[in-house]
Design a protein around this ligand. Structure first.
Ligand SMILES: Cc1cc2nc3c(=O)[nH]c(=O)nc-3n(C[C@H](O)[C@H](O)[C@H](O)COP(=O)(O)OP(=O)(O)OC[C@H]3O[C@@H](n4cnc5c(N)ncnc54)[C@H](O)[C@@H]3O)c2cc1C
Length: 187
């Protein structure tokens, strides 16, 4: 019987996704994809957790919806403080305007730590920098497969991740270098 190598995609019927950037965007994506039945790995450039990053932030309804879809127990979390009016003050302390604007005020790290702990550690890889995206021409014709070269920032040992059905780059407002290099026209 001829021997042949068996790829992970032969063994697993679950589709596989790689997400670059392990902040809010990457964690939203990773958690939702996993909940939809994907095998997901997240690669984050930073070597440490990002929970010291943020400050106050409005809890948008779509964040709660993502929490719900991810299976997070909303009753177990203190989601924040409700506010009723949006008030703008003058420099002398007098009120310039006041609008009815019910919102929940929360903080960045609550959203991050909730999504981060829901995703877990096993498939969240720190100190991994996306350095290059190479689309295989043959597979690109048949499906949107990407090959990513991820390099450990400090020791520069490279890890090739292949046979991925979906590659999500969630590197924030400033597009990372490999994204600009691969898709220069994407805004
Ligand atoms: C205090 C605070 C308050 C905020 N308030 C609001 C608000 O009220 N409303 C609102 O809409 N937004 C608000 N924001 C903005 C909010 O933080 C951003 O919308 C959110 O962080 C964006 O998440 P992101 O994952 O898209 O990008 P980022 O948080 O920028 O994360 C991108 C991640 O990608 C990683 N990365 C980059 N390049 C690479 C690479 N080559 N390889 C691997 N990893 C890479 C980075 O290390 C980073 O962790 C606030 C932010 C802060 C800090």
């Amino acid at each position: 019987m001829p021997s042949h190598s068996v790829s992970r995609s032969d063994l697993s019927p679950r589709p596989r996704a790689l997400v670059t950037g392990g902040s809010l965007g990457g964690l939203f994506t990773g958690n939702l994809l996993r909940h939809a039945g994907w095998d997901v790995d997240i690669f984050e450039r930073s070597s440490h957790d990002l929970d010291s990053r943020g400050g106050g932030i409005v809890l948008q309804p779509y964040v709660i919806e993502v929490f719900r879809r991810t299976g997070i127990d909303l009753d177990a979390i203190d989601l924040g403080v409700p506010s009723v009016h949006l008030t703008v003050f003058q420099p002398d302390g007098s009120i310039r305007s006041k609008h009815y604007a019910p919102q929940t005020q929360t903080y960045w790290s609550l959203i991050y730590t909730t999504l981060r702990s829901a995703f877990g550690d096993a498939h969240y890889h720190q100190a991994k920098v996306l350095t290059r995206v190479k689309q295989d021409v043959a597979t690109a014709r048949s499906r949107p497969t990407s090959l990513m070269a991820l390099t450990r920032r400090v020791i520069c040992s490279s890890v090739r991740m292949a046979a991925t059905q979906l590659c999500v780059i969630s590197s924030g407002r400033n597009r990372c270098h490999p994204m600009r290099a691969t898709w220069p026209s994407v805004g």
